[in-house]
Each structure stands twice: as C-alpha cells, then as structure tokens.
Design a protein around this ligand. Structure first.
Ligand code: NCD
Length: 303
C-alpha cells in the first residue's frame, strides 16, 4: 500500500506514466468510467478548498467510484478534539483511499502512518501540495513540450505557498532549469528549500523583487496568492497582498509563448484582462488537475 505525501515519492518515470495515463483518459474517458467501481474515496478537508476537493471528487466519480467525506474541520470530530491518527484509523474502516488537507504541516503524513489505506496529501499548511504539482507538471508539459531547458519565474508568496515548494522540488530533477524567485523580502522562499534543494543540487536560481525585469526571460510564469491565512498579523498581510499584479501592460515585454500559470484561487494578483491572453493557462491547469488525480487514484489503488 502506497501513499503520496511528498511529490519526490514519485520518480520522474512515474510522473511520465501518470501524464501518459491522464492523456489516455482525456482521449477516451469512457474507457475509464468503471475502473474504480465499488471503491470509495474519502475527502477529509480540514481547510477550505474548491478545486482540490471537487477535482478529487469529480475524478472518483468519473472513474465510477463513490465519495464520502467532510469539507471543514467544524463538521468533523476534530472539533471535539479527535486526533488525526484516530480519524485516519476510523476512515480506513469506510474508504479505500483518503485525500486529506490540513492546516498543520505533516498531518497527512501522520494520517498515512496510521491509516490502513493509501493517503494523498491534498495540501498541508505552508508545506507541500503534491497533487497540485501533478496538475502543474502536465500543464508545463502540454504547453512547452518538455521539462528541460526552461526558465521559470515563481512570483508572489514563496514563503507560505505550498504549491511553489512542491513544484520547485519536482522540477529540481530535470536538466537546465533556471529558477527566478520573485517576491517581497518578507515572502522569500524558505531557507530549507534554497539549501536542501536549489543549492544542494547546484541549480541555477536568482532571487529578485522585480517581476518587470524578470519578465523577458521567462518561459513559464507561476503566479501565486499571498496566503492570508498563514500570516500572524492582518496588517502585514494588507501591506504585502498587492505586491504583484500581473496585467496586460506588464506582459508587453514577455515571450510570445510564455505560459502563465496560477494554482488558483486568484485574489488580485492577475488582472482578469489577462484571462483572454492565449498565454493564460490557469484554467487549463484546473482541468488537467482532474485527469492527473484520476491517474493517481488508479495508480495508488492498483487498478
Ligand atoms: C492552492 C493551495 O491550496 O495551496 N490552491 C489549490 O489547491 N489549487 C493555492 C492557494 O490556496 O493559494
């Protein structure tokens, strides 16, 4: 039995296989419509979510399976003081696979250590978000046709943005990737990722506060929301929330084939006028995410 807590638990070859499966599903969804019949997915969401939870649920339904779960800690026995370990043991009696989102870093790992069914980390605090990374990777592959030889800008809240952390770790395994880390000083990428991933693997990276100067070089621009819920002070959030706003003017010196990504939800950081630009890929990313979750569920269930 295998869980997915950290994106690096999947080898590069396995990621290629998941992308191939997702492409196969897109080409012929009917072929997959009974693959998980009789199986149940439990979505245990202790934090708000639209895309991740609903795409897991849609994924399981499209595989012919069933879904049970809760969408807020208040609706679960966590509000009575139940531990994550006990919740995981309990839900293992009802479901064949679990997707868990939790505000505490490491909670899905604790669940995986206690569950008797596979557990998928659907986002743990400001730490990791491996299934968003699967959505991001297939988007990059479909748009750019490769994972090597790319200059990728990450812009916004690189400190608390868990999708950024997982995607940088995933991309660190390909060749000749240059990372441009664009953030206010206060929201820089955590030192442990700089040290243990970028520097340890001798990857090319620069840190900057300027989106404008980085723009002409970028093949991919990964915008992120400032993560209000992880700030200690509302004042600090208000000061930083509009640090970067991508609009059509700022794209004037961007590459013609730039791929603009965002894990969503967007607040202010991409103007809606950018949505009509053919380089805007963030809603495609949403759709691809569902197919990658279908591929992942099948892999972890061994069907
Ligand atoms: C992200 C998350 O939850 O980390 N959303 C998502 O799953 N697509 C990004 C965010 O909340 O900003």
């Amino acid at each position: 039995m295998r869980s997915l807590i950290d994106i690096l638990e999947l080898s590069v070859e396995e990621i290629d296989e998941l992308i191939a499966t997702a492409n196969g599903i897109m080409a012929d969804p009917h072929k997959y419509s009974e693959k998980c019949s009789g199986k149940k997915l439990a979505t245990l969401f202790f934090e708000p979510s639209t895309r991740t939870r609903l795409s897991f649920e849609a994924a399981m339904y499209e595989l012919g399976g069933h879904v049970i779960g809760f969408s807020s800690a208040n609706n679960s026995s966590a509000s009575k003081g139940e531990s994550v370990a006990d919740t995981a043991k309990t839900v293992s009696c009802y479901a064949d696979i679990i997707a868990m989102r939790h505000p505490k870093e490491g909670a899905p790992l604790v669940a995986a250590m206690n569950a008797s069914v596979p557990v998928i980390n659907a986002g743990d605090g400001g730490h990791n978000h491996p299934t968003q990374t699967l959505a991001d990777l297939i988007t990059i592959f479909k748009e750019k046709g490769r994972f090597n030889d790319l200059t990728i800008g990450f812009c916004g809240d690189l400190k608390f943005g868990r999708t950024v952390h997982s995607l940088i770790q995933a991309l660190s395994r390909y060749n000749n990737i240059k990372f441009i880390l664009i953030s206010p000083e206060e929201l820089r990428l955590p030192d442990y990722i700089i040290r243990d991933t970028l520097e340890k693997k001798e990857l090319k990276y620069i840190e900057t506060t300027s989106l404008e100067t980085a723009m002409p070089e970028l093949d991919v621009l990964y915008m992120t929301r400032v993560q209000r819920e992880r700030f200690f002070s509302e004042e600090e959030y208000l000061r930083l929330k509009d640090s970067y706003i991508l609009d059509t003017d700022k794209l004037s010196n961007a590459k013609k084939d730039l791929c603009i990504m965002h894990p969503l939800p967007r607040v202010n950081e991409i103007s809606v006028s950018v949505d009509d630009d053919p380089r805007a890929c963030y809603f495609k990313q949403v759709l691809y995410g569902k197919y990658m979750r279908m591929a992942l569920i099948m892999k972890l269930l061994g069907v």
